[in-house]
Design a protein around this ligand. Structure first.
Ligand code: FMN
Ligand code: SF4
Ligand code: FES
Length: 604
């Protein structure tokens, strides 16, 4: 049987995770871990990958210092780390965030994806290009979703989120060599999933009980299974089952990762959870590490979430002070080390195996699955990965029990659910509501429709979920009912479209996102998304409508759905197909949702 790399005969010691800021921070992992080739079917394709420490943290550090990657720095990196320059170039050219030429003095990024597009992003972009387009010091870049869809159209200056009113001020400050830094937005909302909402000093109470041996690991897995908690990252895999599977792996060491890559247009709930509930995310992670036997954990966070990363850093400092992370946690002899890994950028890195590839220092292309990360994850070792929201729900479930959790849902659903609500609503924001709340109710919670407009359609779970029409407004926002209605709960990102919008143009905007973010590994996704986008934009430019779309789009949709290897390609044309379905069926739902976004993740 094939091994995981060429050196199948020996353990390979690899030192990973260079310090981003170079300080000898106590909690930095920076350790030597053993990478053993595992006899796992399906990993043959990984032969020839460069083993060894990931160079991405080092590249990120250089980029942070210089604003780009000067060649001398790359040569130094190559020399000091004894890694060929072509490996470094191969990695960095995958990630558009890494710049190989000096940027202009001021970087002005403007989002053009759905939630922003629905809020006049095109006008905003035109205005900013008019203002700064000829400015030798300012680079205006159109970018994919910045995860700030609540302040659409979202803009960032020097990677700092900027609301529309502050853009001018922040640009001028940057021009003068000063970056205005922005703090994470904290609303002070007492979300109902926080068991410590009344007394913040009691936070990490569940973790302390587990460390004291009051809550056995098996019981934790059973409680999570009984609660019915499912993964909130899109695929909806049962969390208790995943934790049990990783715990049962004998291969050591194991790792745990919080997936905080959140990059799909319309999604920003994880950002807000990290800003307001960093303690729950980290407590969930640490509980997952204890239960599965992982000693090292990471929060993998998108680089645009600098303010939220800072909040997590502060919370990690608190954990260290409390001796709740470190080499000997609370004198139990348990080793729990946690660090933050800043993503080098790209929506595809949210896909669990692409994320792992990036952490290992490779191009962020998804792996063929199986094996799944629970068996063969980071460095080929069993790895527990959950989304931010999934981890954040664990403490209250263990504190109040599975029955309490289940009773929080309504209309047959169980538990609580965070939604990012954006688009044509009066108060776009993050809301934590009972699972099973309907779209009509959620729109009311978000202040109702903007300016007396009416709902034409909505995507209930993010850009990768099918559009539904007003006939589905009373469908409970839960896995099964949404699937039956022809869409999906996805990542819990409700984007509401009003009657003034050309829905085919909206779906084409979504397709552009997938086209831009396709990693290019498989031909159908790479070529098909481009071709479909070209066909549709040409048609829209000619003044065409859904009635004019021919069956090439249906053929491409089927091809991408059946032959792409990851969820991105599988769902890329789903939203377009759903709009065509609505048109063909007289405004009602729809084509079938191809599969849960998150794709073919049927196992841990
Ligand atoms: C293209 C793509 C992007 C994804 N992005 C994310 C993401 O940003 N955050 C996330 O938690 N899961 C994302 N997922 C799902 C992950 O692969 C994985 O299922 C998830 O992190 C597991 O955690 P959960 O069980 O808690 O949902 C994505 C999947 C695909 C196919
Ligand atoms: S489906 Fe698209 S994004 Fe996914 S691996 Fe293939 S090319 Fe990459
Ligand atoms: S920030 Fe523009 S769509 Fe999310």
């Amino acid at each position: 049987m094939a091994s995981t790399n060429d050196r199948s005969d020996a353990d390979v010691d690899v030192t990973k995770s260079a310090d981003r800021d170079g300080d000898a921070h106590g909690r930095r992992v920076g350790t030597t871990i053993s990478m053993r080739p595992a006899d796992v079917p399906g990993v043959e394709g990984r032969n020839g990958r460069f083993p060894g420490p990931s160079l991405i943290p080092a590249l990120t550090a250089v980029q942070r210092e210089h604003g780009w990657l000067p060649r001398e720095e790359l040569l130094t990196l190559s020399r000091e780390w004894q890694r060929p320059l072509y490996e470094i170039e191969g990695v960095m050219t995958f990630y558009p965030h890494f710049r190989t030429t000096p940027p202009k003095k001021v970087d002005l990024a403007v989002c053009h994806d759905l939630s922003c597009w629905l809020n006049n992003a095109d006008d905003r972009i035109a205005e900013l290009k008019e203002r700064y387009g000829d400015d030798v010091e300012v680079e205006v870049r159109e970018v994919s979703c910045l995860g700030r869809c609540d302040v659409a159209p979202a803009v960032a200056v020097q990677e700092q989120p900027a609301n529309v009113e502050r853009v001018g001020e922040m640009v001028e400050a940057a021009r003068a060599g000063k970056t205005i830094t922005v703090e994470a937005k904290r609303t002070g909302t007492a979300y109902p999933n926080d068991p410590y909402a009344d007394d913040g000093d009691k936070r990490y109470g569940v973790l302390r009980r587990v460390l004291a041996g009051e809550l056995p690991h098996e019981q934790i897995v059973e409680t999570l299974k009984a609660s019915g908690l499912r993964g909130m990252g899109g695929a909806g895999f049962p969390t208790g089952t995943k934790w049990g599977l990783v715990a049962a792996q004998e291969n050591l060491p194991k790792y745990a990762i919080v997936n905080a890559d959140e990059s799909e247009p319309g999604t920003f709930k994880d950002r807000q959870i990290m800003a307001e509930q960093p303690h729950l995310v980290l407590e969930g992670l640490l509980l997952g590490m204890l239960v599965t036997g992982a000693e090292e954990g990471w929060v993998f966070i998108r680089h645009e979430y600098g303010p939220e990363e800072h909040v997590l850093e502060q919370e990690l400092d608190y954990l260290q002070e409390q001796n709740l992370i470190g080499e000997d946690v609370q004198g139990t002899g348990k080793r729990l080390l946690v660090d933050i890994f800043t993503s080098p950028g790209g929506y595809i890195l949210g896909e669990e195996s692409a994320l792992i590839e990036a952490m290992e220092g490779h191009r962020g292309e998804p792996r063929n699955k199986p094996p799944f990360p629970g068996v063969y994850g980071l460095w080929g070792q069993p790895t527990l990965m959950n989304s931010v929201e999934t981890f954040a729900h664990v403490p209250i479930i263990l504190d109040r029990g599975a029955d309490w959790w289940k009773a929080q849902g309504k209309n047959g659903a169980t538990g609580l659910k965070f939604f990012s609500v954006s688009g044509a609503v009066r108060n776009p924001a993050v809301y934590c509501v009972p699972s099973g709340t309907t779209t009509r109710e959620l729109i009311d919670v978000a202040g109702g429709m903007k300016d007396g407009s009416e709902v034409q359609a909505f995507q209930p779970g993010g850009a990768s979920t099918n559009f539904l029409g007003p006939d589905a407004l009373d469908v409970p926002l839960d896995w099964q009912p949404l699937q039956e209605a022809g869409s999906a709960l996805g990542a819990g990102a409700m984007a509401v479209v009003d009657q003034s919008v050309d829905l085919l143009a909206a779906a084409t905007n979504v397709l552009r996102f997938f086209r831009n973010e396709s990693c290019g590994k498989c031909v159908p996704c790479r070529v098909g998304s481009t071709k479909a986008h070209t066909i549709l934009t040409e048609l829209l430019e000619r003044g065409g409508t859904a009635a004019d779309v021919d069956d090439r789009i249906d053929d491409l949709e089927e091809n991408l759905r059946l032959t792409s290897i990851c969820g991105l390609g599988q769902v890329a044309l789903g939203p377009v197909a759903s709009v065509l379905g609505m048109h063909r069926r007289g405004g009602a739902a729809v084509a079938e949702q191809p599969m849960q976004p998150g794709g073919s993740e049927s196992s841990a």
